[in-house]
Design a protein around this ligand. Structure first.
Ligand code: ACO
Length: 311
């Protein structure tokens, strides 16, 4: 029976037929998806924090309305992803608790502070830009609920990326002070954004199996390269520069070559020792505790409704 199930599963993967929640799947496939989708969901909601830091200081009402809508979109992305993870048999409460207990990760990028208004433009443009490169590929992930959640998320991320670029275009056309603020934001975010794609392929423990299962369609290095190739011309169009002395267009391969990422920094950040790790988790723990009365109220309401129905 198990051999038949395994063969059936592999045939579906081979034929690019989505695996659906009620289909048989290997335990390791299920576990790997809960890990990745759960981390992805956590990233969406932790990612609200650096942007929320600028909500009350957005320079105009228009910028504030856009930023508010964008942050709400990120909450929605987190909710689709928690729902997708739940279709695999985990509970939202369990994986959320694992985030609070530092037993599950979230994206390294959100452990960097948002120090200036230019950072908010750069987060939309570069951080969400990197997220799209990764997530467009995930629209074809082999697990149906994850792939379908990605389609809507990508549409919204694409709007986020464009609004970010529009915000940085305004700064790039502004005063010398605004240009310097933008350059400073690019300098601080460039390398951490490249780290979002994960370790180099040779050092990525999950990649080979995730590629075989078609959860990942492209490797970490392939997606990072795609992002660099897309983004360098955008930086040039702004009249800004990239903080990488080794960055060069290589005509023979048709790609940019870029310098070595500081992997020691990456591993420190994902171990919990980044600039904002403690602050981010403290904010989430406080939110969870402060929201206890809402959960209790919702449960009490639900029990009352059930009691009324059965009476
Ligand atoms: N930040 C934090 N942890 C990371 C990062 C990162 N940027 N990159 C890799 N890691 C972790 C992995 O989660 C894994 O840790 P684990 O075994 O404890 O789970 C370890 O480093 C080794 O990495 P890989 O073997 O390369 O892991 P994986 O195959 O999962 O690839 C990747 C990492 C590319 C991030 C993948 O999980 C993915 O595509 N996730 C979905 C996209 C996502 O989460 N985006 C979040 C940011 S976008 C946004 O929210 C706006």
């Amino acid at each position: 029976m198990n051999e038949h199930n395994q063969a059936n599963f592999e045939a579906k993967i081979e034929a690019d037929i989505f695996i659906e929640p009620k289909d048989w799947m290997p335990d390791a496939y299920r576990k790997n998806l809960i890990r990745q989708i759960g981390q992805h969901a956590h990233s969406e909601i932790i990612g609200m924090l650096p942007e929320a830091n600028w909500l009350t200081r957005a320079p105009t009402l228009r910028r504030k309305a856009i930023l508010l809508a964008k942050i709400q979109d990120e909450a929605g992305h987190g909710l689709y992803l928690y729902s997708a993870a739940e279709t695999l048999g985990c509970t939202r409460q369990d994986i959320y608790q694992k985030l609070l207990d530092e037993k599950m990760k979230y994206s390294s990028i959100f452990n960097y502070p948002s120090l200036s208004w230019a950072d908010i433009g750069v987060i939309g443009w570069l951080v969400d830009g990197a997220a799209i490169v990764n997530q467009v590929a995930l629209c074809r992930a082999s697990y149906g609920p994850y792939a379908r959640a990605m389609v809507k998320i990508c549409k919204e991320e694409s709007f986020h990326q464009r609004q970010g670029y529009e915000a940085v275009m305004a700064l790039a056309a502004g005063t010398n002070e605004q240009k310097a603020m933008l350059q400073d934001a690019i300098n601080r975010f460039w390398w951490p954004v490249l780290m979002m794609f994960g370790p180099n392929d040779a050092d990525s423990p999950h990649s080979a199996q995730s590629m075989a299962w078609k959860i990942k369609r492209f490797s970490n290095d392939e997606l990072r390269q795609k992002f660099v190739d897309n983004t360098v011309p955008q930086v040039e169009a702004l009249g800004m520069s990239i903080p990488d002395a080794d960055l060069i267009w290589d005509e023979t391969i048709g790609h940019y070559r870029f310098g070595e990422i500081d992997w020691a920094e990456f591993y420190q950040v994902i171990k919990g020792n980044g600039i904002c790790n403690t602050e981010r988790l403290a904010a989430k723990r406080k939110g969870w505790e402060d929201g206890a009365w809402v959960r209790e109220g919702a449960m009490a309401h639900s029990h009352k409704q059930k009691a009324m129905k059965s009476a």
